[in-house]
Ligand binder design. Sequence first.
Ligand SMILES: N[C@@H](CCC(=O)N[C@@H](CSC=O)C(=O)NCC(=O)O)C(=O)O
Length: 284
Amino acid sequence: MTQSIEQLSATRSHGGWVKRFSHRSQVLDCDMTFGIFLPPQTENGPVPVLWWLSGLTCTDENFMQKAGAQKMAARLGMAIICPDTSPRGTDLPGERESYDFGSGAGFYLNAKKAPWDKHYHMYDYVTSELPALVREHFPISEREAISGHSMGGHGALICALKQPGRYASISAFSPVVNPVDCPWGEKAFSHYLGEDRGEWSNWDACELILAGASKQPMLIDQGEDDQFLENQLKPDHLEKACHLQGVPLKLRRHEGYDHSYFFVASFIDDHLEYHARHLLADQA
Ligand SMILES: N[C@@H](CCC(=O)N[C@@H](CSC=O)C(=O)NCC(=O)O)C(=O)O
């Protein structure tokens, strides 16, 4: 049975469309919104898709409004889908008390601990429910790539590492690479998953790489003036894990850039071209 979606807005952009929809999520048990960029090539048939996962405090709108990705995506014939960053409209205790936990901070995992386990299944949402839904409604092919920023970079890495071979390519901006070993991750994981650190490892990019989950290459951009670099992001942990496991990591460090979407916008075209190369190679 086709699941219904409601169009909230439709805006012309670079010959294509930026659209926003709401729908009922079964796995999150709440109403959700998502954004989609449909390039002009969708008029001729299905196009490959880049999944973009945003960071703490974001909604589905930050990337669409701030990254400036539409021009290059239109040229490359690539759709972009931006899910929201957590369940919405729920009213769990403590859900809206801090920017780094609860609403806007779903961490793209499946919560195991009450009361979060009732709604916080963002991994299943972004990897299963939403992909199936969008393919019912839009000309999106089976060819997928994934990227994200900060908490969303963590999300992109774990989604790809937990399903080797699903995504043609993986990239991230300023990702949280080792959440089991940083304050944002420790706070979120202890609430969502409980105190069993063995379970935490299933949702941590460095731990998954060290366990040999996948050897797929990754492109990562990191600003050297990022205010979260030392305390939260720790890209050197990823470098070490990839080195130990022989995972091809292209980590580009950019002097003077911070954590903001100005940084994402500065290098998003490189990422889109990187993903297009892999998506088109898969097609051949
Ligand atoms: N409010 C917080 C920081 C919030 C912040 O920087 N959020 C980033 C993602 S951080 C990691 O996931 C973001 O993308 N914000 C939205 C935007 O449009 O910039 C604080 O002040 O410390």
